[in-house]
Write a protein that binds this ligand. Sequence first.
Ligand code: 5AD
Length: 365
Amino acid sequence: MTDNISALDQQNISIKRLAQILSCKPGEEREALRLQAQKITFDNLSRAIYFRGLIEISNVCTLDCRYCGIRQSNRSVRRYTLSHDEVLAAAMECVEMGYGSILLQSGERTDDAFIDYVSEIIRAIKTKSRSEKLPDGLAIGLSLGEQSEKSLERLYNAGATRYLLRIETTNPELFARIHPSSQSFENRLSCLRSLRNIGFMTGTGVMIGLPGQTLEMLASDILFFRDEDVDMIGMGPYLIHPDTPLPGAPAMSNEELFRVSLNMIAATRIVCPGVNIAATTALETLHPEGRQTGIAFGANVVMPSHTPLYRSSDYNLYKGKARLSRDNGDTWERFLEDVKSMGRVPSFYAWGDSPHFTARTESHD
Ligand code: 5AD
């Protein structure tokens, strides 16, 4: 490989070149990739690490994604929906921790009663989480799957300002293989675009290492993030859940999967400099140092779990989910120490909007 990583042209980079970057093995060139991603992170987002308290509010799901442990057809799941007070208590825990924001995630339900339930919770959290240090309360992000434009507007009007909806893969054939035919790529894309139009800080992402997925497909995913102008990105390795029907062998060994996942973070940081990128739970599940290493490769956000412990194990999208949390041994303290020793700054009482979002919304005013 001759051309320099630091000289990559963000707009004109080819799929072929990106796929080459994704295949980087440990060595000089990979360290150059990591350092370049780190430099772009520092230049565009400072050294801050932001926290989003993750609250998995319900595992009831009407969909049947073939990779997901909480798919409707999985009868072995004990279904739950947290009460209004349980969610509020978890959100107040996040306030106490000093986080600037939370993410409410659930299985997909589109009925009005569900949207009522979430809207009421959003309103209550916005009111209750205000403090001197956080005058406008917690920033609330949602990850509730595909919703109608009307429902999304209701959620936005209730006070949620961020939304994550992973496209999962931008390859239409692969998308069709991992989802039942009732779920369409077009619908997901149109929902993603609605989010942006409504005014949400919009996030998407993909799974890495799906059966049949190639590095070229992952390279196209990165160009999709750039071209759809998204503000936040969450990506993680695909991890098998034993009670799911997705056929085919994993695309890579665990070692390769970890390496490619980190390369994806670095390459995404280079192509989309001002977006927030999460070091995900799946990455930590794959490797005990996954979150910290994700940060070293260009991530700037982590999502510690604040789902009540007695429900957390009922929300298994895949097997062996890691839990970064104050209630899980010394994971929280160790994480903070590691992050600081990497020269990064855990950031409290700050929303941590992505600079990309700030720039695009200011220029549209
Ligand atoms: N492995 C990894 N990630 C998964 N997700 C769902 N199932 C799995 C799995 N088996 C991810 C999807 C979804 C997000 C909430 O969790 O990308 O969008």
